[in-house]
Design a protein around this ligand. Structure first.
Ligand code: FAD
Length: 508
């Protein structure tokens, strides 16, 4: 029988399909559309996504196809008030200390091609209609390209079917939150007169929020903005002419050509549950929020990577079904935090009134510019945007603490002479890292359980990154730290797996 039916071949569904296929899981991925998206939509690929893309050899392909935006500029009252460089902020945090701009349509095509190279083709013009959860399997009704109906049985159903998710609707899952009164517009434009070129520009003004991002292709930029006032009431009829004035005034640029223009309303909502029986919600089907901050698509991709190894472990009989609850718990906690953060940020940049304008145009750019010169602030901001701060501290899968690294953390990244400590993370599997000396007991435990063990010579960089000398770091297949054990005890490792109903022999 089919293991997983994936509904939706946007970035979330494609990532889930890739990670499951790579682990030998039998999937089908369907989409009602005729082909991949034609519009650029989400542009930013964050560092955390690139780190995880190394597991499928995708990071370098995405980086070479995209454009590294090295800095962000803040404008107010027609003047550039701050220039913030990403490079020095993230160079000790990740191998990818930049914001990569790679339009979503191209990104989806690359993921789909990669999936095809693994032998799986997206079934297009195939619409999910409904499903029934029979306890031990799901039975879905599909409308095929020739308009006939087909019944598809699978062990699990993955709803990667976007913000209007039919699966979420059928489940009756609440999608609480709200809708911003502003209308968002996005445009792909050719710009002249922008200084410095090739970077990100944000306008904080009385007018609505404006963001301009370089594609790295000549004068091509992505323009994102908001409108409220009377223009927001005629969203269907809104044209680029209605909004271009704000952008030109805010940045003093000329717009030579508009290649694409679209408007949309933005909601901020999180599904009440990301799992119901054998069905899961991922990506926009589970959470939607303001595009300010470039987090949406990345969060969907990270949902998929979180769920893929857990489904694999359960389908292989290595873990009990309860493991799948941790997907909902871990990812919903992050989605809630993210929606609250983007909401606060967005409310700040779009609040009206004399005092708010004063803070936005006079205080914020200067404050950000000064604060950014402080190393810790710079790192904090980079970590937040790059999704490298995501942790699963509250998860039942997380245990232990040593130095400043806890179970549930992203493994601190450390450069080594020839490579880095992430090089071993490519296979999607459990593994142990020790920084310093490893005891014979741990060595033989790893050999006995067929657990990959990586030992790194202890250096000052490990200390600076928050790692503890000689501690055992048990890493999950999605590379997060499961267990930190300062005492490096084999009993603790045994107990970690047995108390979570992992079948060690099958798991490892
Ligand atoms: C105009 C626009 C601009 C945006 N700009 C940004 C941005 O700047 N930054 C950002 O982070 N995000 C942005 N977003 C949001 C971003 O595009 C989404 O977060 C991202 O696409 C989510 O990916 P997903 O795979 O979860 O869902 P989607 O990309 O929505 O994919 C869902 C898929 O499910 C398919 N589907 C739906 N129903 C069915 C069915 N019944 N049967 C079969 N298939 C079905 C759809 O055809 C679709 O292909 C933008 C979105 C829009 C519309």
């Amino acid at each position: 029988m089919l293991d997983v039916l994936i509904v939706g071949a946007g970035p979330t569904g494609l990532t889930l399909a890739l990670w499951l296929t790579k682990q030998g899981i039998n999937i089908r991925i369907i989409d009602k559309s005729t082909g991949p998206g034609e519009t650029s939509r989400a542009m930013a690929v964050q560092a955390r996504t690139l780190e995880l893309y190394r597991q499928l050899d995708l990071a370098e392909a995405v980086i070479s196809a995209g454009h590294k935006n090295p800095a962000v500029n803040m404008w107010a009252r027609g003047k550039r008030k701050a220039h913030i460089s990403f490079g020095d902020a993230g160079s000790n945090i990740t191998p990818y200390p930049f914001v990569l701009v790679y339009p979503q349509d191209k990104h989806e095509r690359l993921l789909e091609e990669h999936l095809r190279s693994l032998g799986v083709t997206v079934e297009r013009e195939t619409e999910f209609l409904s499903f029934e959860d029979r306890g031990d399997l799901v039975v879905a009704r599909l409308r095929m390209p020739d308009d006939t109906e087909q019944v598809c049985e699978a062990r699990y159903l993955a709803g990667c079917d976007g913000a209007r998710s039919p699966i979420r609707h059928q489940l009756g899952t609440e999608f609480d939150g709200g809708t911003y009164k502003q209308i968002f517009y996005v445009a792909d434009v050719e710009v002249t007169g922008l200084e410095p070129a090739g970077e990100v520009h944000i306008v904080l003004d009385k007018e609505d929020f404006i963001l301009l991002m370089s594609y790295g292709e000549g004068n091509l930029y992505r323009l994102i903005g908001t409108v409220k006032d009377e223009r927001a009431e005629r969203v269907e009829a809104l044209t680029f002419d209605d909004v271009k004035h704000d952008a030109i005034l805010g940045l003093g640029i000329q717009i030579a050509k508009v290649n694409w223009f679209s408007t949309y309303r933005v909601h901020h909502r999180v599904a009440a549950d990301f799992r119901s029986g054998r069905a899961f919600l991922l990506g926009d089907a589970a959470h939607v929020h303001s595009p300010v901050g470039g987090q949406g698509m990345n969060t969907g991709i990270n949902d998929a990577i979180n769920l893929a190894w857990k489904l694999t472990a359960v389908l292989r009989g290595q873990a009990s079904d309860g493991l799948l609850d941790s997907y909902a718990l871990e990812r919903q906690a992050f989605a809630r935090k993210l929606v609250a953060t983007t909401d606060r940020l967005f409310t700040f940049v779009t609040t009206e009134g004399n005092f708010a304008d004063f803070v936005k145009t006079r205080i914020a750019p200067t404050f950000v510019s000064i604060a950014y010169r402080i190393d810790s602030v710079r790192e904090f901001m980079f970590r937040l945007i790059s999704q490298t701060t995501i942790d699963y501290h509250g998860s039942p899968l997380s245990e232990g603490e040593a130095a400043s690294t806890r179970g549930g953390d992203r493994l601190p990244w450390v450069r080594t002479e020839s490579s880095d400590n992430y090089a071993s993370l490519s296979p999607i599997e459990w593994q142990i890292h020790v920084y310093g000396a490893v005891s014979p007991d741990i060595k033989s435990w790893c050999a006995q359980h067929d657990m990959p063990l990586y030992v790194f010579e202890w250096t000052e960089s490990h200390h600076n990154a928050g790692l503890a000398q000689n501690a055992v770091y048990l890493l999950r297949p999605d590379t997060y730290v499961a267990l930190v054990d300062d005492a490096a005890s084999t009993e603790t490792l045994d107990r970690y797996f047995s108390s979570r109903n992992f079948n060690l022999n099958k798991t490892l």
